[in-house]
Design a protein around this ligand. Structure first.
Ligand code: ADP
Ligand code: ZN
Ligand code: MG
Length: 480
């Protein structure tokens, strides 16, 4: 039987405000344990939470960028459960009336564009962190610095169909959060966390199957791998006549398998109820407009503009707008030399190839946009060949020197003088009469040999197009 996967993601994004969501403690990461705490985030009796306005602004920005409707009134709720990292015994979240609903996010898959529905975006506070055996003894400790750090939870519709789509969705989510500067959304650092709900159904079937929930995946790759594994596992269960049990599973990255964490029977009853210590949150039209006016050009708009204005294919525009910095680099280079497609190629292939190999970001690029433009201009002006340009690029990357300086210093100028090249071509043909004969008798594949000889004679500097033209013409002239 052929099956189809149905996937819905619940994503938490840490918002990068200076202070926590309900108190003025710092959200700074890496401070000594329990130093960024106060009676509010420690959950001491008698204290009251005060909502951080900046958190709401960041959350609204994120929700708008995800094409959501912002609810004019939303309500905070208590989610009750017991765990050592949760001093109050409840987490302040939003439940029945979240900040925002009915959004979507678009991804570019190998099969084309796909739109994934967003059910809701709500705000909540983070819990603390339990530390096990980290201080040279077998005890567990609790660090409450993270308690009260602001989060948004973004719940998707069950619209995702493949593990690849799930990864693309998360990557696009990160891109959007970074464009908005509301979060770095780095999964490895826990700034973005993802729970994946997954079920399978026979292809063509409308009804959803029983889902499982996967946790503990802290990179894009892990999410994709865990989902791939879970699809196979569920298929095997069904093929063997069994049925899927609704449960929460933990991804084990070492073994590459999912393992039961808890079954439906052990699921929490959170006893949600409206938070009595906070009034409902009102987002006025004025406030909404004010936040809207601060939104930057978003990835989708930028991509559309890149395709329209620079005539780039969808793929190029997608890659070049994957970060604001990358897009900025490209546009600055194009400003210096108007040749968008060539610059796009050089940025995507050579520059990104070098940067990725060195684990560097575009901000750390040793090659400036101006230098990139200069290199492309040197090729297009016929000064150097594309092949030479690769070496020049590598040298600019290594030394930071301008491409035209490298060209000068190394005497790399391409030989494009027709009469000079013509003389060399004539000599090559005269020195190789047997090969000329072969060519004239129909073995035209031998052309490559002549090109090679000319290149050798010019130490690789000959303009390859011109060499081909001249050879073609001069060989024709020798035809009996
Ligand atoms: P729960 O009641 O278990 O919290 P929800 O209906 O709130 O489930 O959905 C949680 C997440 O699971 C959402 O992202 C949703 O899209 C996804 N989801 C719901 N049903 C399914 C299903 N049958 N298969 C896969 N994902 C699902
Ligand atoms: Zn505090
Ligand atoms: Mg739910």
């Amino acid at each position: 039987m052929e099956y189809e996967a149905v996937i819905g993601l619940e994503v938490h994004v840490q918002l990068g405000t200076q202070s926590k969501i309900f108190c003025s403690c710092s959200t700074e990461f890496g401070a000594p344990p329990n130093t960024h705490t106060c009676p509010v985030c420690l959950g001491l009796p008698g204290v009251l939470p005060v909502l951080n306005r900046k958190v709401v602004e960041y959350a609204i920005k994120a929700a708008l960028a995800l094409n959501c409707k912002i609810n004019p009134i939303s309500v905070f709720a208590r989610k009750n459960y017991f765990y050592p990292d949760l001093p109050k015994g409840y987490q302040i979240s939003q439940y029945e009336l979240p900040l925002a609903e009915y959004g979507y996010l678009e991804i570019e898959t190998s099969q084309g564009k796909r739109r994934i529905g967003i059910t809701r975006v709500h705000m909540e506070e983070d819990a603390g962190k339990n530390l096990h055996g980290e201080f040279g003894n077998p005890h567990s400790y609790v660090d409450l610095n993270r308690t009260g750090v602001p989060l948004i939870e973004i719940v998707s519709e069950p619209d995702i169909r493949t593990p690849e789509e799930a990864r693309l969705y998360l990557q696009k989510m990160r891109t959007i959060m970074r464009y908005l500067e509301v979060s770095d959304a780095d999964m490895e650092k826990g700034e973005m966390r993802c729970d994946a709900n997954i079920s399978i159904r026979p292809k063509g079937e409308e009804k959803f199957g029983v889902k499982t929930e996967l946790k503990n995946m802290n990179s894009f790759r892990h999410v994709q791998r865990a989902l791939e594994y879970e699809i196979k596992r569920q298929e095997k269960v069904l093929e063997e006549g069994g049925h899927i049990v609704q449960e929460t599973l933990l991804w084990n990255p070492q073994l590459g398998v999912t393992e039961t964490m808890r079954s439906k029977e052990e699921a929490h009853d959170y006893r949600y109820f409206p938070e009595p210590d906070l009034v409902p949150l009102e987002v006025s039209q004025e406030w909404l407009e004010e936040v809207k006016s601060t939104l930057p050009e978003l990835p989708e708009e930028k991509k559309a503009r890149f395709m329209d204005r620079y005539g780039l294919p969808s793929y190029d525009a997608e890659v070049l707008t994957s970060s604001r910095e990358m897009a900025g680099f490209f546009e600055e280079a194009v400003k210096a030399h108007t040749s968008p497609k060539a610059i796009a190629n050089w940025v995507m292939v050579e520059l990104m190839g070098h940067l990725n190999a060195d684990n560097k970001s575009i901000q750390e690029s040793p090659v400036s946009p101006g230098q990139m433009a200069q290199l492309v201009a040197l090729i297009e002006g016929g000064t150097i060949s594309g092949k030479m340009a690769k070496d020049v690029f590598a040298k600019t990357y290594q030394t930071g020197k301008d491409p035209h300086i490298i060209v000068e210093e190394e005497g790399l100028v391409q030989l494009s003088d027709e009469s000079e090249l013509g003389t060399i071509v004539d000599k090559v043909l005269e020195d190789n009469p047997k090969e000329v004969e072969k060519y004239l008798s129909g073995k035209t594949k031998i052309m490559g040999f002549f090109v090679g000889q000319v290149m050798k004679a010019t130490k690789g500097k000959a303009n390859p197009q011109m060499v081909n033209q001249l050879l073609g013409r001069k060989l024709k002239e020798r035809r009996p």
